[in-house]
Design a protein around this ligand. Structure first.
Ligand SMILES: NC(=O)c1ccc[n+]([C@@H]2O[C@H](COP(=O)([O-])OP(=O)(O)OC[C@H]3O[C@@H](n4cnc5c(N)ncnc54)[C@H](O)[C@@H]3O)[C@@H](O)[C@H]2O)c1
Length: 321
């Protein structure tokens, strides 16, 4: 299948590109490199450097590629920026998204998969949210993801294509950008390798559902390959297992220490400090993967401890390069 991956040079998008190649598909990447990197991509993959808000250039690329599938990952993904600049958030996450869906339907693409977010849609939940749990987006980013899902349902219904919104939980793994505001595994790994003190917000008892990037990529490719009965489906992509930030920090620190010893480094990993709680941080957020098992035959394959080890090893290699 010829598949355009928007945001394909980013963390999750580039794993989707790898998985598409492994499964015999032909990926094409659209990315403006605002946070993505060419280093994440195999050199043979065609890359179109452009902003999804540029409708004219986007249209020309869709005419050239004429994809059968589109996997839409490109987004403004900072919650705090969305609070400060809701117009910018909507420009990328709603207007840019509409450009992508519109071009996909215009050139006859049959399938669109969209990166949504369980974390921001369901809000505070003490047990794993299902797809039918109430939606409580509190940030402009959450609103734009929710609106994006509804536009996908509209395009699927009105233009006769298949739309799938995948609601990710907290995704982590190799290639995640450690300079963002989210992604505690990446941020703490980077700090600890530098011997810097990592700050845990508040008491750290914030429960999250951590899912491995390559598992998320597999879910995307399965969603592109599966024939669904419904024109639109929204599916959680998480583990249903909640872990708090203190446990995650301890696990990262233990792995970083092993890596530093193995590489003969003299850097010491200092203990974490507890800072002020971050206003608005949810105490508990996790999502059920049951529907993903039923509709996609997907389940999270990577146990958290192994995933953290692999992520830390990847960051260790980045120090050497
Ligand atoms: N990482 C998570 O925990 C998580 C959780 C829920 C949902 N998501 C969603 O998954 C998707 C991928 O996130 P990621 O973690 O890989 O982030 P990322 O920043 O690594 O990837 C986003 C990619 O989109 C590109 N991009 C951004 N704005 C663009 C624009 N206007 N035009 C073209 N390209 C643009 C960036 O350069 C980058 O390569 C996003 O839609 C995000 O909202 C991520």
């Amino acid at each position: 299948m010829r598949v355009i991956v928007t945001g394909g040079a980013g963390f999750i998008g580039s794993h989707i590109v790898d998985t598409l190649l492994t499964r015999g598909h032909s990926p094409f990447v659209i990315d403006d490199f605002s946070s993505g990197s060419r280093q994440n991509l195999p050199v043979a993959v065609p890359v179109f450097e452009l902003d999804i808000r540029d409708g004219a250039r986007l249209s020309a690329v869709f005419d050239e590629i004429r994809p059968e599938g589109v996997c839409h990952q490109a987004a403004q993904m900072s919650v705090s920026r969305s609070m400060r600049e809701p117009v910018f958030d909507a420009d990328v996450n709603i207007m840019g998204l509409l450009n992508v869906f519109d071009q996909a339907s215009r050139v006859g693409a049959k399938r669109i998969v969209f990166a949504s977010s369980g974390g921001v849609l369901y809000g505070e939940v003490s047990t794993a949210a299902t797809e039918n749990s109430p939606k409580r987006p509190m940030s402009a980013y959450g609103i734009s993801k929710w609106v994006g899902e509804q536009y996908l349902e509209f395009y699927a219904r009105e233009r006769g294509l298949q739309g799938v919104a995948l609601r990710y939980s907290n995704v982590y793994g190799p290639r995640q950008n450690p300079h963002g505001e989210a992604g505690v595994v990446a941020i703490f790994s980077k700090l600890m390798f530098a011997g810097s003190v990592a700050t845990i917000n508040g008491d750290g008892r914030y429960i999250r559902d951590y899912v491995y990037g390559i598992d998320v990529a597999n879910a995307n490719v399965l969603a592109l390959e599966t024939d669904f009965k419904a024109h639109f489906s929204a599916i959680n992509v998480g583990t249903g297992i909640g872990v708090d930030v203190n446990e995650i920090a301890a696990e990262i620190a233990a792995n970083v220490k092993v890596e530093l010893q193995r590489t003969g480094s003299s850097i010491q990993v200092p203990g974490c400090r507890h800072g002020e709680p971050r206003i608005g941080d949810l105490r508990s957020n996790l999502i059920s993967p049951v529907l993903a098992g039923q509709l996609l035959g997907w389940k999270p394959a990577m146990p958290l401890k192994n995933g953290i080890r692999q992520t830390v090893e990847w960051f260790s290699q980045q120090q050497v390069q």
